[in-house]
Ligand binder design. Structure first.
Ligand SMILES: [Zn+2]
Length: 124
């Protein structure tokens, strides 16, 4: 049974409903204010991001030198390292090891998932 998310037009709260019969018309009421003016929330939709988009969304100005930069494994983790430097913190050794492994071509599991999930990653 799918869970649908709705937003109440009246009180702007988000509500989740377990929908038993998706073929039947579904007209939920807000459990907070009792109004029936709800619309499906779009926030639950997942969309695939390429790694490049993730970099660009980070707003990191030094991360825009072009395609080669993203294809160079030596640049993996630069942003992470910079973020820790900015916060005046040491990069945790576990993360250092993952970055080092990634630069040598061993991707950590979450990056492998990302790679297979998107047709336009930096690793294609
Ligand atoms: Zn409401």
């Amino acid at each position: 049974m799918p869970i649908y998310e709705f937003v109440c037009h009246n009180c702007h709260r988000t509500l989740s409903f377990l929908v038993r019969d998706t073929s039947a018309p579904f007209a939920p009421e807000c459990s907070f204010c009792g109004k029936a003016s709800l619309s499906r929330a779009m926030s639950g939709f997942a969309y695939h991001k390429s790694l490049r988009t993730v970099w660009e969304d980070s707003g990191e100005p030094t991360m825009r030198p072009g395609e080669d930069y993203y294809r160079d494994p030596r640049n993996i983790g630069r942003w992470v390292e910079k973020r820790f430097r900015d916060m005046r913190q040491e990069v945790p050794s576990q993360i250092q090891e993952q970055i080092q492994a990634a630069r040598e071509g061993v991707l950590p599991e979450p990056l492998k998932d990302l790679e297979s999930a998107s047709p336009t990653t930096a690793f294609d």
